[in-house]
Design a binder for this molecule. Sequence first.
Ligand SMILES: C[S@@+](CC[C@H](N)C(=O)[O-])C[C@H]1O[C@@H](n2cnc3c(N)ncnc32)[C@H](O)[C@@H]1O
Length: 231
Amino acid sequence: MREKELSRRLHAAFLLVREGRTVADIGTDHAYLPITLVKSGKTDFAYASDIGKGPLARAEENIKKAGLNEKIKTVLTDGAAVFDTLADEFIIAGMGGELIFDIISRAPFMKNPDIHLVLQPMTKVPALRRLLAENGFNIEKETLVSEDGKVYTLMSVYFDGKKRELTDYEAVVGDVENADKELLMKILEGVIYDLDKKIKGKNAPEDVALKEKIEALIKTKRFAQYTKCNE
Ligand SMILES: C[S@@+](CC[C@H](N)C(=O)[O-])C[C@H]1O[C@@H](n2cnc3c(N)ncnc32)[C@H](O)[C@@H]1O
C-alpha cells in the first residue's frame, strides 16, 4: 500500500508520526497505518496490536499480503501496557476519546517526554483534551481533516508533567490559532447545535455562557468567510 492510498484521516495520522521510531499502532484493525509507515521507509519496525481476534486476523492478512511479516509484529492485547520498553511512538486512532485516555492511563510508561502519542478520537474530543491536560500531557499540535463530510481531530501529544485545568471553552475549541478555520467552523456549528438541545427548556447558565462565547468567536474576522453573520 502506498502512502497516498490511505484515507485522509489515516494519512493525517501518518504525517504526525516521527521518522525512524519503533511504532505501536494500538487498535490497528486492518493495519493500514503500520503497513504504510514501513513501506514508505518512515518506520523500520512496527507493532500492530488489537484487543480483538477478528481485527488482528485482518491485520495479519494485510501484513502478509504486503510481504512485511519480518517488519510488523502483530500482538493480541488489551491496550498498550505490554509495549513498555518496546516502542516509543504510539498511534491510538479510530476510538472514542475516553477509551483512548483509558488506554493511556493503563500504560504509565507513557508519562515520559521521549514518548510520542498520535491520537485520533472519533468522539468526546473535548473530554480527551481535558483528561490529557489534567494528567500532564501536552497537545503540541492538532490537525483537522475532513473525510466523507465528517471532520476528524488528530493530536500530537507528549508528556511534560504540567497539569492544566481547561475551561469548557478551551476543551471544546482546541487550538483555535492554528486550526483550519473552515473545518473548526463545522465542528463549532455541531457544538452549538448540541448546546441548543441541552439548553432548551432547562436552566443551564453554564451551557448558555459557553454557547455565547463560541458564537462570539465565530463572529470574529478570522471566521468571516465561513459564516453569514460576521462583523
Ligand atoms: C474502529 S477501529 C480503528 C482502526 C484503526 N486504528 C483506524 O483508525 O482506522 C478500532 C479498533 O480498536 C480496537 N480496540 C478497542 N479497544 C481496544 C483496546 N482496549 N485495546 C486494543 N484495541 C482496542 C478494536 O478491536 C478495533 O479493531
